[in-house]
Design a protein around this ligand. Structure first.
Ligand code: PLP
Length: 410
């Protein structure tokens, strides 16, 4: 696993200034990761585009950096769509996915010219009822339900038979444009062969589309790639399987990918402080950190090795011989607030700092102000550290609440 170096002195200073715990985003790592990803998937056969999966980490600064690198946006809700537009994405650079889009969201995105990836028959009927008055035919994608990975994703998208039926209806309606064929086959997918399976399904559908004189501009294989590994075998698996498409249409469809985890996971760390050390009878040594499951939900830990803790307070590295297994708990008053059952760490004391690596995916967006407000986020940018999200306050926790008059203290 790759650990991003974060200077010890900088960390201590940062916490002094911005509080603890603290999320830290490394801009150069984020940019480099995007460049590596894009390069890996660009082939002479298929022009390719990368649409960042907003739900993985929609810190506006993170999305803006990726846009600046050339990323498009993959969104699954109105707020995400509007953020992408605010950050300067043209509708043509936005892919709108997800099992529920409101009628208003559909209408706005279609009218503006974004691609709506249809999730099911009901949504298709809503879209049919909306189109007609737009400047251009409604750009539609068809998501094929996928069920070949370790988790069942089959409830997202169409079964193959339904997809065929939708293709026929699109072919008959000049107000509709088949813009994309789509599949997303999981997250942290360890086997490139899973993508071959998904791509093969899309090739079959593309053949049906071609027979109906429909020509999708994009073939979208979704996200799901692991972070910190060489993705060349994934790129090979996809392009090899899609090769028949180069002869099927006048213009070969472009390859679109929607990575989240693989772009942002490594670029962000959570810096925590040890608040207590305990010897628990029957369990042994344990440390308690001031950040736990409230900031590191299960989704960010998918797969082995995505989370690690190291001691960073002392400049002199403690000798390897002093490392021993220790349980690492978060601060919540809940038994499930376990960060690591047995991490190999040097002796730690309250006040020591612990760095949680690979904390960029599904943390910020799934963090919850449970028991404590959420911490701030600092970007380590070209001009040094800059705050990109302030820490929540007590007032933020209760900002939406209303105390009815009869309950107010007189
Ligand atoms: C449709 C779609 N695209 C892209 C992603 C991003 O996945 P990952 O973060 O695993 O790359 C997801 C995640 O669930 C998704 O549902």
């Amino acid at each position: 696993m790759t650990h991003i170096p974060l200077a010890n002195a900088v960390t201590a200073d940062l916490l002094e200034e911005f509080g603890s715990p603290l999320f830290v985003v490394n801009e150069s790592v984020l940019r480099q990761t995007f460049r590596d990803f894009s390069r890996t998937f660009s082939t002479p056969e298929f022009p390719s585009h990368v649409a960042f999966s907003y739900k993985t980490n929609y810190l506006p600064a993170v999305c803006a950096i990726l846009r600046n690198e050339g990323a498009w946006a993959e969104v699954v809700s109105g707020p995400e769509y509007r953020l992408a537009r605010r950050l300067g994405h043209s509708p043509g650079e936005i892919v709108f996915n997800g099992p529920w889009k409101t009628r208003d969201e559909l209408e706005t995105a279609l009218a503006e010219g974004a691609c709506i990836v249809l999730d099911g028959l009901d949504e298709f009927s809503t879209v049919e009822s909306l189109v007609g008055g737009f400047k251009q035919p409604a750009r539609l994608g068809i998501r094929i339900a996928f069920n070949g990975g370790k988790t069942d994703w089959s409830r997202f998208g169409f079964a193959h038979g339904d997809a065929t039926h939708i293709l026929e209806r699109i072919a008959k309606n000049p107000a509709l444009d088949l813009h994309m064929l789509h599949s997303h086959c999981g997250t942290n997918v360890g086997d490139p062969g899973v993508y071959s399976g998904a791509a093969a399904g899309l090739v079959e559908l593309a053949k049906l589309a071609a027979a109906l004189h429909l020509a999708p501009a994009f073939i979208d294989l979704g996200g799901g790639f692991p972070s910190g590994v060489n993705l060349t075998p994934y790129a090979r698996a996809i392009t090899k399987t899609l090769r028949p498409l180069t002869h099927l249409f006048d213009t070969t469809p472009a390859l679109l990918l929607e990575p989240g985890r693989s772009l942002v996971s490594l670029a962000m760390q959570l810096v925590c402080t040890v608040v207590a050390v305990k010897d628990i009878p029957g369990r042994g040594r344990a440390i308690i950190l001031n950040g736990g499951r409230n900031l590191l939900p299960p989704a960010c830990r998918e797969g082995p090795g995505t989370l690690s803790v190291i001691r960073v307070k002392d400049v002199d590295q403690p000798p390897q011989s002093s490392y021993a297994p220790v349980a690492v708990f978060g601060p919540l008053c809940m038994p499930e607030d376990i960060i690591n059952e047995s991490a190999l760490l040097p002796p730690l004391a309250p006040g020591d700092l612990v760095l949680v690596h690979e904390a960029g995916a599904y943390t910020i967006t799934q963090s919850m102000p449970f028991i404590r407000p959420c911490p701030g986020v600092v970007l380590l940018g070209p001009d040094g550290p800059v705050l990109i999200r302030r820490a929540q306050t007590d007032e933020d926790l209760f900002a939406c609440d209303v105390l009815p008059p009869h309950l107010k203290q007189s």
